[in-house]
Design a protein. Structure first.
Length: 313
């Protein structure tokens, strides 16, 4: 952002601190150009609002006297202009960053503004695949890799995401000994080091066995189960790339990602009569409220089917 853009909405003492803050974000915090531009734009909008709110361009003294009521007035102003909750949350984050910078320099007391809660973010519903789409993605015959062992590997990973509801990081953290014998379940180390047990369905076991039989690398105990083409631990980006290729080949929507298979696991279980508490345990959610979002997905699918099928609609 150029200096003159600051001077329009700020007195010289505040404009000087704005430039110092921008330099700090760029040089010390090394924010991306996109994030930096967003932060500066949000603060500029706030100062422009304050110019009207205070009947004059704000200076450091005005910033030091800010109250939560001033911030609430700004957020209400932005909301009237059509800004949504996510935009308002980002604006608040940028302004807080600037105020923290001033506070560290002893130029403002931002405690009141920092204590404000960000606007509640709307929860978007997960976008699962249909049953047939999810099954097609996990079939080794549908994989696009030319090497048979790579195709089997991709199918095995995707089978674990859909068949067991694993996160991609959890699937790629598995070791060969996790499949010793004929296990009926897997112990998964999830977020926060919390361990959970998930049933291992035969289709997923079969997919892993096929991969193990074809893999050219020695899959020894303590080593990663899933390998890249050079023998190292398989990276999530490879599976994400393969999923993009499958989307094109199978005519799947852009929302068909590896994580969408985990959503599909939960949604299909719920549609089949699974209870929320059990699904919470299988997914490794710390809170039941996180799992409850899938009830919205199931309801949305039921309403869609109703509107397509009912003769009086």
């Amino acid at each position: 952002m150029k200096d003159e853009q600051f001077l329009i909405a700020a007195r010289p003492d505040l404009a000087e601190q704005l430039q110092a803050w921008a330099a700090n974000l760029r040089q010390e915090r090394r924010l991306s150009a996109h994030t930096l531009d967003a932060y500066l734009r949000d603060v500029r909008q706030f100062l422009t609002f304050l110019t009207g709110h205070l009947a004059g361009a704000p200076g450091l003294a005005d910033i030091g006297d800010l109250r939560p009521a001033d911030m609430r007035a700004f957020l209400a102003h932005r909301r009237r202009d059509g800004a949504g909750a996510r935009t308002l949350g980002r604006s608040l984050a940028g302004i807080r960053s600037f105020l923290r910078f001033l506070e560290r320099r002893g130029l403002a007391n931002a405690a009141g503004i920092q204590a404000m809660r960000a606007p509640r973010q709307p929860k978007s519903l997960p976008k699962p695949l249909t049953d047939n789409q999810a099954v097609a993605v996990t079939k080794s015959g549908e994989q696009l890799a030319e090497e048979p062992w790579v195709a089997a590997r991709n199918a095995a990973v995707l089978s674990l995401l859909y068949g067991c509801g694993l996160r991609i990081s959890e699937a790629l953290a598995l070791n060969p000994q996790d499949f010793n014998g004929n296990p009926a379940s897997l112990y998964i180390a999830g977020k926060g080091g919390k361990t959970r047990m998930v049933p291992l369905i035969p289709a997923a076991t079969a997919a892993v066995r096929q991969y193990q039989d074809l893999c050219p690398w020695d899959l020894e105990a303590g080593e990663p189960l899933f390998r890249g083409v050079r023998g190292g631990r398989l990276q999530p980006a490879i599976i994400q790339k393969e999923m993009r290729r499958l989307r094109s080949a199978l005519g799947l929507p852009d929302t068909a990602t590896p994580h969408a298979l985990r959503h599909s696991f939960a949604t299909h279980l719920l549609a089949g009569g699974g209870d929320l508490r059990s699904i919470q345990e299988l997914l490794g959610h710390a809170s039941l409220s996180t799992t409850q979002i899938y009830t919205g997905v199931d309801t949305a699918r039921l309403l869609e089917a109703y509107q397509k099928s009912h003769p009086r609609v």
